[in-house]
Design a protein around this ligand. Structure first.
Ligand code: NAI
Ligand code: MG
Length: 355
């Protein structure tokens, strides 16, 4: 079959890790007889340099006309002095909004093959970890009204946290559907002891839960969740939460898996359309040095095969190849704290292809 993929290499290590992911997809295409057709488009700093804006209309149009989007990362020191709404990172918010990507899935999996890289005590993580954070992505404080005003204490700035019941309902449905395919456990995270928007969140999640009688629902405050993630992460399976809480908790969860270079993500719209990208950024400190770990991007491509194209055997094949390379003792520099055979970005791609 033919699949149209819009590819946004982006900035910094983005193009380096994307190159390896496309090599892996090409190999899967050959082996399983699929044709992945890539259209490379500009976003972020690369787009600012070429067109003056971080998200050209052409990029939006091509993404919308594709079956899925694969993105590297955007941003970098070069553009850090631009005003907030002109920075490369605005392209991500723009793409999420334009493409209706309201659900962000961030799996945090501690591979047995990488257990040495986890900073938690071995007795806490024995047997590995497999948590998925389902983060609401197009609402909340990142998209609410913002501005400046004068107050008794002088000039002030504000950002409004706001959630419509419908926004909460649709993300809760994604989380409960996922729980049905996993271990039938959802933890909904909020701050309902102080926030009105969180009280609405909790009420709507409870309503959705009535349609999933087999799923166990727990409500937890976000501050306690941050603590429990370190103390007892095994209690979590599917975590569903708002945009800002999910941003923070998924980064925290990422660290129990060893390296941010291992973490894929999916952002889904209604239907099967999705944008797939590593959780990490453009890592300007290691860009252009063949040091970046491409596994997060390669695993994101695997998620694309699984969730948008429904190709689970092909996704399994990629994940198995990544595990094989880790089991053979190869590590990119970000995973070398406890030793191993060092590989660069390109060599990681070579080894995964060979596996
Ligand atoms: P970052 O994720 O780019 O880097 C944080 C640290 O992790 C750095 O030390 C980096 O070398 C390391 N790292 C990240 N990815 C790695 C990989 N694949 N392999 C090995 N090491 C890796 O986050 P940072 O430094 O906060 O941001 C850098 C730029 O990226 C900024 O402009 C930021 O706005 C942007 N950014 C973009 C994102 C995106 O495109 N989705 C997400 C996060 C940040
Ligand atoms: Mg973040």
């Amino acid at each position: 079959m033919n699949y149209k993929i819009a590819v946004v290499p982006g900035d910094g290590i983005g193009p380096e890790v994307i190159d390896q992911a496309l090599r892996v997809l090409d190999r899967i295409g050959e082996k399983y007889n699929h044709n992945f057709e890539y259209t490379k488009v500009l976003a972020g700093g690369a787009a600012i340099d070429a067109t003056g804006g971080c998200l050209p209309q052409e990029t939006i149009d091509i993404c919308k006309a594709s079956d899925a989007v694969l993105l590297g990362a955007v941003g970098g020191w070069k553009w850090d002095t631009l005003p907030g709404d002109e920075r490369p990172e605005r392209a991500l918010l723009g793409l999420r909004k334009e493409l209706g990507l309201f659900a962000n899935l961030r799996p945090a999996i501690l591979f047995d093959e990488l257990s040495e890289a986890c900073p938690l005590k071995p007795e806490i993580t024995a047997g590995g970890l497999d948590i998925v954070v389902v983060r609401e992505l197009t609402g909340g404080i990142y998209f609410g009204e913002k501005g400046f005003k004068d107050t008794d204490l002088g000039p002030a700035a504000y950002d409004v946290e706001q959630y419509a019941e419908e926004e909460v309902r649709r993300i809760a449905i994604v989380a409960f559907d996922m729980a049905m395919k996993r271990n039938k456990k959802v933890t909904s995270v909020d701050k309902a002891n102080v926030l009105e928007s969180s009280r609405l969140w909790r009420r709507v999640v409870a309503e959705v839960a009535k349609d999933y009688p087999e799923v166990e629902l727990n409500n937890l405050y976000v501050d306690n969740t941050a603590m429990q993630m370190i103390l007892n992460p095994k209690q979590f399976d599917v975590i569903v939460t708002s945009n800002i809480f999910g941003d923070i908790l998924s980064d925290e969860a990422s660290q129990i898996t060893g390296s941010i270079g291992m973490l894929p993500s999916a952002s889904l719209a209604q239907g099967n359309f999705g944008m797939y990208e590593p959780v990490h950024g453009s890592a300007p400190d290691i860009a252009g040095q063949n040091k970046a770990n491409p596994m997060a991007t390669i695993l994101s491509a695997a998620m694309m095969l699984r969730y948008t194209f429904g190709l689970s055997n092909e996704a399994d094949a990629i994940e198995a190849a990544v595990k094989k390379v880790l089991a053979d003792g190869y590590r990119t520099p970000d995973l070398m704290a406890n030793g191993g055979k060092e590989m660069g970005t390109k060599e990681a791609g070579d080894l995964i292809l060979a596996a």
